[in-house]
Structures are given as C-alpha cells and as structure tokens.
Ligand binder design. Structure first.
Ligand code: NAD
Length: 289
C-alpha cells in the first residue's frame, strides 16, 4: 500500500520503518529535518509538505504530539488533499473530544477515520510490538487491522470513534496511580524493616500484585530489569505520564466521573515534573517519598 506517515519522532520514526519492512511504500513528512533524514535512511520517501505526502495514498498514519496539532494537520492538509478512499489513522495520544471531532470532520468529507493510540514505548515502536487500541466502526477496524499489525503485536477494537483514546487514558490513569502506590508501599516496607526483595517475592504472589510492581518495579535491584536499574533513564518519561494524566482528568471532569486516586497521581506527577524531572522515567517518583 501507499501510506503517508506524518510525525516521525521517537515513536513515529520506528513505526514508519516497520511499515517499510512490511513492504509498504511509505511517504513521510515531519517538520524536523533530522526526523526526515532518519526516515529516508529507513527507506521512506520524504516530502516537503503534508499535502504532497498524502497525494494518491491508500492510507494516512499520524503520530503527533497533541490534539491541537492533530486537528490542525488533518483540517488544513489531509482532508481535501488525500484521496477520499484513503483510510485515516491517528495513533497519537490525544483527548477523546478532539479525536471524535476530527473523525467527524473526516467523515463529513467522505473519509473513514479511526483513532488508534498505542501502549508500549520507543522500544516497542522500534521493535514492532506496540498494542493498538482502535476507535471506529467494525468496517474501519477491519481495514485498519492489517496496517497496524505491521507495527504491533496486538490490535484491539475498543469501540466507536474516541474509544481508542478513552481506553488509552483510562489505562494510563490506572498505571500512574498504581505506580505511586507501588512506590509508597516499598518505602513503607523499608521503614518497617523488611528486606525489599523478600517483600517483592511475597507481594508479587499475593493480592498486592500489579504490573507496576512485577513488570516495572521502581526499586533498583528488585524484580526484573527496569529503568530503576538504569538510573531511571529511558522507559516512559514523567512528562508523558503527566500528559496522559491531564487528559484523563479533563475526560473525568467532562464525564462527571469521580477519580480521587487519579487526581492525586496527577498532582504528584505535576509536582515531580515541575521540579525538573520531566525527562526521566515515571517510576523515579519513588525518590520523592
Ligand atoms: P516526539 O516529539 O518525539 O515526535 C513528534 C513528532 O511530530 C516530532 O518529530 C515533530 O517534529 C513532529 N511534528 C510536530 N508537529 C508537526 C506537524 N505539524 N507536522 C508534522 N510533524 C510534526 O513524540 P513521540 O514520543 O514520538 O510521541 C508521539 C505521540 O505518541 C504522542 O501523542 C505521545 O503521547 C504518544 N506516545 C508516546 C509514547 C512514548 O513512549 N514516547 C508512548 C505511547 C504514546
């Protein structure tokens, strides 16, 4: 297929490369010259504008920083410029309202569009092992699935437009809250004189078990290898966790849903980010406790 790829940053760069590996003809655009150069090295054709990249394609995939940018790019340069037969897939993490608004705009102009945000970080984007959560009709999901499969290990239909974003921010709100809970639990265990590896061995087989503990333990030297064992470098940046928690808080407010634990996690990550830790892994919040 001819696929336009817009936004070739940390995530999009590897995703576009995996589409090339799967045999697609990828037409790439990014505002950053370095991102375009990397895309060229990975076998993408590069273009000077979005409008040129989307001409004559079968699908458009975007991986952009936020909802405002997604809306602006689709409104100004994709809709009316890509063929109406092209399937539009936005994989960025954005707010549910904007995802629905852009999909409606696309639909009003004769396009099929889905939101398809991802779980998994830069390593999963490079390795083609992302999990996609797709919001769109059954028909759109069936068209999207083979394209997304080239970039991921799981492609799951979450529901209608916006449902992919809803699943993403709900999942990440739980992750943020469970990471803080895991961190404070290990700190309490330490104060109570427990050996932390021993506590891990017990709790990972007891009812406190959770992903933040057993797959992403914030304590160096305990559990599997994680960013904690690497000075909290790499992994999932605090600033990105905060972005997702803010999206979840806005969605909860709009939906009238009480989220006291999510709200507290957002406060704690806001303070950690404001103290200059936005670039390090989110499990480093254990240092504040
Ligand atoms: P990034 O900042 O590395 O990449 C974004 C890219 O978009 C940049 O190369 C930038 O130049 C480009 N861009 C910005 N405005 C543009 C425009 N108008 N036209 C074309 N290109 C434009 O960010 P990232 O880490 O790749 O994240 C992208 C998205 O994926 C975000 O929505 C993020 O929340 C989500 N996400 C990131 C991760 C992660 O671990 N990094 C994990 C899951 C989801």
């Amino acid at each position: 297929m001819k696929i336009a790829f817009i936004g070739l940053g940390n995530m999009g760069g590897g995703m576009a490369a995996n589409l090339v590996k799967a045999g697609h003809d990828v037409r790439a655009f990014d505002l950053a010259p370095a991102a375009l150069e990397r895309a060229r090295d990975n076998g993408c054709a590069t273009f000077a504008t979005v409008r040129e990249a989307v001409q004559d394609v079968d699908a458009v995939v975007s991986m952009l920083p936020n909802g405002g940018i997604v809306k602006a790019v689709y409104q100004a340069d994709v809709i009316d410029h890509a063929p109406t037969a092209a399937l539009l897939l936005d994989c960025s993490t954005i707010d549910v309202g904007t995802a629905r608004e852009v999909a409606q705009l696309a639909q009003d102009n004769g396009y099929a569009m889905a939101d398809a945000p991802v779980s998994g970080g830069i390593a999963a984007a490079n390795g083609g092992t992302l999990t996609f959560m797709v919001g769109g009709s059954d028909e759109i999901f069936n068209r999207a699935e083979p394209i997304l499969s080239a970039m991921g290990k799981a492609v799951i239909h979450a529901g209608d437009n916006g449902a992919g974003q809803a699943a993403k921010i709900c999942n990440n709100m739980l992750l943020g809250a469970s990471m803080v809970a895991t961190c404070e639990t290990f700190k309490l265990a330490e104060r109570l004189g427990l050996d932390l590896q021993t506590f891990y061995d017990i709790s990972s087989k007891a009812s406190g078990q959770c992903w933040s503990m057993t797959s992403y333990c914030p304590v160096p030297g305990v559990g599997p290898a994680t960013p904690a064992d690497n000075g909290y470098q790499g992994g999932f940046a605090t600033a990105l966790m905060l972005k997702d928690l803010k999206l979840a808080m806005a969605a909860a407010e709009a939906a009238g849903a009480p989220v006291p634990m999510g709200h507290r996690a957002e406060e704690l990550y806001s303070a950690f980010d404001a103290d200059g830790h936005g670039g390090i892994d989110f499990s480093a919040i254990i240092k504040t406790l």
